[in-house]
Design a binder for this molecule. Structure first.
Ligand SMILES: [Zn+2]
Length: 68
């Protein structure tokens, strides 16, 4: 299951939660202060993949151009 990052709307603490993609913040509580329904952040997974994809696309397009 993917990891999602949340930020507590009460104390501002950021924490990671492993949950199903279909689950929302409803059942999640801040581990620091216990406040429910934290704010959802972009996961670290989504944050890093665009950069990697960009590099990979550049390499493959060069290769494709050469081959075609
Ligand atoms: Zn909190």
């Amino acid at each position: 299951m993917p990891i999602y990052e949340y930020r507590c709307t009460g104390c501002g603490k950021e924490f990671e939660v492993i949950q199903k993609p279909t689950d929302g913040p409803d059942g999640i509580a801040c581990p620091s202060c216990g406040k429910a329904k934290p704010e959802k952040l972009l996961s670290s997974c989504c944050g890093t993949s665009p950069n990697k994809a960009e590099g990979a696309t550049g390499d493959s397009s060069c290769g494709t151009r050469r081959f075609s």
